[in-house]
Design a protein around this ligand. Structure first.
Ligand code: PXP
Length: 257
């Protein structure tokens, strides 16, 4: 049996492995521009998985502007890694998730007029609605995550709701390059979330250029990256775009591949 090199033995520090989930919504955005069959998100998922993605993420929006119901149906059976379904906490979406049973559902806020998911969930506004959605998803054996701002009181409120994981919104970090405050907030919220027993994920606006400092936060187990990766794939292909991100994440976490 081939033995893996032990980076610790070589004196390198090794952080826990961090998963890369690729959000393929924007493959569907391109397809919907012509309302045709291609490019096919299912095929994109296959390319990403073959390139080393640890999971596939899609957002089934209520307005169906990119990913369609048929895409989620197909991905639910074709994805070989795991499927992370982002959705609003509505009865319609919960019913779809309970039928298709993705590995994980990430509940996100949704406003029809927004360009993309703009803020985190307001978990203290209507906790009963969120709790009901989480209970229904847990009952179906689905892992749950809430997309939230990196704010300590919000993290506490997520734990009180009984969710398994949180996904910290990295938008403020991505949109304010050079400002140390958003990164510090992410590190604080991630440490706090992990300390109170939550799994911690992160995403939004990440790219090869800015992922390093977020990948360096030990408590963040999973990154969800979409727009920049799909855009980069136009020039170097999906395989290259996944490899490029993976390389930065692995280098930062001291993982030798
Ligand atoms: N995580 C969540 C919850 C999101 O809503 C999005 C955007 O769909 C992402 C991650 C990925 O963000 P981006 O496309 O900017 O990489």
């Amino acid at each position: 049996m081939a033995s893996e090199a032990n980076p610790r033995a070589a004196g390198a520090t090794t952080r826990p492995f961090q998963r890369l989930y690729v959000n393929i919504d924007h493959v569907a955005t391109l397809r919907q521009a012509r309302r045709g069959q291609s490019p096919d998100p299912v095929e994109a998922a296959r390319w990403c998985e073959q390139a080393g993605a640890d999971g596939i993420t899609v957002h089934l929006r209520e307005d169906r502007r990119h990913i369609q119901d048929a895409d989620v149906e197909a991905l639910a059976t074709s994805v070989r890694t795991v499927l992370n379904l982002e959705m609003a906490a509505t009865d319609e979406m919960v019913a779809i998730a309970r039928r298709l049973r993705p590995h994980q559902v990430t509940l996100v806020p949704e406003r029809r007029e927004e360009i993309t998911t703009e803020g985190g969930l307001d978990v203290r506004h209507d906790p009963a609605r969120l709790r009901a959605a989480l209970d229904a998803l847990h009952e179906a054996g689905i892992r749950t995550s809430l997309f939230v701002a990196p704010d300590l009181a919000t993290v506490d409120a997520c734990q009180a709701l009984g969710v398994r994981a949180i996904e910290l919104h990295t938008g403020p970090y991505a949109h304010h390059p050079g400002d140390p405050a958003p990164l510090a907030a992410l590190a604080r919220a991630a440490a706090h979330g992990a300390a109170i027993g939550l799994h911690v994920h992160a995403g939004h606006g990440l790219s090869v250029a800015n992922v390093g400092p977020v990948a360096a936060i030990d408590d963040i187990e999973e990154l969800n990256i979409g727009h920049a990766l799909v855009g980069r794939a136009l020039f170097i292909g999906l395989t290259g775009a996944v490899h490029e991100l993976r390389a930065v994440m692995d280098a930062v976490r001291g993982r030798h591949v």
